[in-house]
Design a protein around this ligand. Structure first.
Ligand SMILES: N=c1c2ncn([C@@H]3O[C@H](COP(=O)(O)OP(=O)(O)OP(=O)(O)O)[C@@H](O)[C@H]3O)c2ncn1[C@@H]1O[C@H](COP(=O)(O)O)[C@@H](O)[C@H]1O
Length: 87
């Protein structure tokens, strides 16, 4: 179990240290265009799950959307603080 902040710290570490086999490193190398498409794709899956799937499936899709949003944030060089100041 991890929080949004803990996941962001983990992904930041992946970006910095670029470990072999990391999907995050590949997603970052794919660039902002691909990262944005993944956000849209996962957002669509969240919508569908909310309408037609179980709570568990919806929760999983939401976790993937949060992951893809964080990858995009890192791709653009945004910090958590950059976003949190608008909450
Ligand atoms: N939380 C996630 C996470 N959520 C989603 N995903 C990725 O997103 C995929 C699911 O999204 P898709 O529906 O696009 O799946 P897909 O089209 O079958 O997969 P792709 O071929 O597009 O990758 C998963 O297979 C993962 O590749 C994640 N990948 C990693 N994490 C976490 O991020 C951390 C770092 O991961 P690595 O960089 O892989 O070490 C770890 O704690 C992971 O648990």
């Amino acid at each position: 179990m991890k929080t949004f902040d803990q996941l962001f710290a983990e992904l930041s570490d992946r970006a910095e240290n670029r470990p072999e086999g990391s999907g995050t490193v590949k997603a970052l190398d794919d660039g902002v265009h691909a990262q944005g498409k993944k956000v849209i794709e996962e957002a669509g899956e969240v919508w569908i799950a909310a309408e037609y799937q179980s709570d568990e499936e919806l929760a999983e899709e939401i976790s993937q959307l949060l992951y893809r949003v964080q990858v995009l944030m890192l791709g653009r060089g945004l910090s958590l603080e950059d976003v949190y100041r608008y909450l």
